[in-house]
Design a protein. Sequence first.
Length: 348
Amino acid sequence: MQAVPAVVTAGDRRAAKAVYGESKVYLELAGRPLVAHTVLELQWVPEVSEVWVVGDAERLEAVFAEPDVRAQIAKPLHIVGQFRNLYENAWETFRRLLPGADVSGRDPVGSQDDFPVLYLSADIPFATAQEVSLFVRRGLEIDCDYAFGLVTKEAMADFAPVSLPAGPQGSSQAGQRESSAVALPGIQMAYFNLLEGRYRTSNLHLVKPARIANRYYVEEMFEHRYQKQFHNIVGLAFQLVRKEEGGFPILYYYTLIHLAGLADRWGWTSLADGIRTWIPVRGIEEAISGLLRSDFRFVVTDIGGCAIDIDNQKDFDTATVRFEQWKAQQRERATALYGALPAGQSES
């Protein structure tokens, strides 16, 4: 079994979002910062050899110095001070994790161009070890330069809002109306409407960084990722179409994806289904491969926890209310689909 280093991106500069005025990776669920939830889950992924966390080094050191957190860390843990943006955080941490590198890092040489790294967000508290393990194994089997995670819409059902029957509140008509239902909040999600199905991105990336010739384009795409805002849509489209490599194919699929997504959100399912017949997964893979000048592929998993990142106050409040339930449901689903954690390992 091949094992890879994991890099948890916990920076708070440039395109990173604050929640309640705080860097979101330090927000607490069940008394533990989000970044700690993510790092502790990685302890139980057999394919992860060591964990690197890049962000505010002083704050991260304090998080992982807490005795209850430190006691659960079995894999080598390294903390790297953040750089100017996501691209530099990813690349400079890669330079430091290469075998034989010192604290200032070094560039890869020879076969190290094919050195794979698992990158993931720090704010995915519902991730399960089985989901991460499956993604890494499938990504390694494909043996591409960049494996990008997708999750099926069906796998996200646990995170939807639900209504539960309330107890009796009296015999009056007013009392009966009051007792009709009690709503539990959920997280409303948009999906990519593709030929093969509807998917959400999973915040998992298995990458050979040295093989991504145009790796700096990833930063541009990340900075325009909140695509419900029209100026972000236009901004990213302009950035992509002006590129020499893959610009027009990207714009073609990019436009169709947003049209299908808009129709889907408005409840025009038949229209969305018609548009997505023109959006095959392989076509998108080829377009992004051209843009990045690398072999880009999607890896689909059917556990949903890694697709839930905490990006705004509403989602954080909802996750706070339903944390224990959602965490238990994800573990139950992961175990049912892929078996229990290896013997001797426990839930974080």
